[in-house]
Design a binder for this molecule. Sequence first.
Ligand code: ADP
Ligand code: MG
Length: 362
Amino acid sequence: MSKPIKLRVEGVSKRYGAAYALKETSLIVYEGEFLTLLGPSGSGKTTLLSILSGLSIVDSGEIWIDEKVATHTSVHERGIGMVFQNYALFPHLTIYENIAFPLRMRKISEKEISRKVGEVLEVVRLPQVPNRFPKELSGGQQQRIALARCAVYEPTIILMDEPLGALDKKLRDDMQLEIKRLHVELGTTIVYVTHDQEEAMSMSDRICLMRDGAIEQLGMPDDLHFRPVSRFAADFLGASNIFPADVLSIAGERIELRAFGKARVIGAAERPVEFNSHLVAFMIRPEHIRILEDGETANNVFSAMVTRTIMNGSITRHYVALENGTELVTAEFTLAPMRSDRRVGRNVRIGWSAEHTIVLPH
Ligand code: ADP
Ligand code: MG
């Protein structure tokens, strides 16, 4: 399977003074792909995006667009659309004129402009607003118009830097769907920046997790969820139940750890495990930990006491404390009212299978 490559970043780096904003980085973005740069503030996301856009010049490396070197191609010649959080509309222009603006810059006929503006307003589902001014629209509607203005000249690449950062939760959710729909309808290659792991998970074909100006992990949302490469990745992707451990033995795919004081934890290493120290970390996803019924067993079984339960609509979480005091959280669908044998203060047995012990470098 060889997908056409839209963007190629090779050995690109960027410094400000002595400090690297982006260490030597290489990355490929495929045609039509939705790739998200995810990472904490200061990890180099905006730096990488502005290098792609041409707004920022690299210190080393090359950028390729459509398999042609574009490292020193100007912003305008790259034909890339951009939507930023603070990419404001022109307040004194109507919505129609705001969207027409990039087309006028390109000397397109009035008739063609009218057709394209009408079309793109349909795409963002605001066909009724061409004669209004930006301040007469809600924040979310303005952001859709910013999107329309970017999409109207049909760039084959769109870069978005935290475009939903200023919107409240409900609007963000709507806009996420809107952007995904646009992506599918227009077939555009999108490089999207966010620091919100849920947003990245739900929108992306692939996620590029950044840390300190470098790529920590690049993969499909599934990869990052099930196979984080490091404690940082697991943490950033919102994992709970991460604990330190010592490696006791590795035999084939079976790995034995010592954790929670002197307890043994069994894991399955699906990829060859090579740790340069006996000290590792491991994690278990809350949904993989079961509260066991009498007589039920698992690779890893511990006695625990329920310390807290939170029923958040369709998901119920039980926080449980092991005998040495370590707290874990379990999660399950709320399929029935809370059972009395799982209330706070009750003793339970929890269990999970070896394959769900995910071992991480410490
Ligand atoms: P992010 O978008 O992930 O929050 P940035 O790419 O904006 O991160 O920044 C990466 C690093 O580079 C940060 O440490 C930031 O302080 C630094 N940096 C970014 N832009 C500049 C600049 N114009 N001058 C000096 N340092 C900068
Ligand atoms: Mg940024």
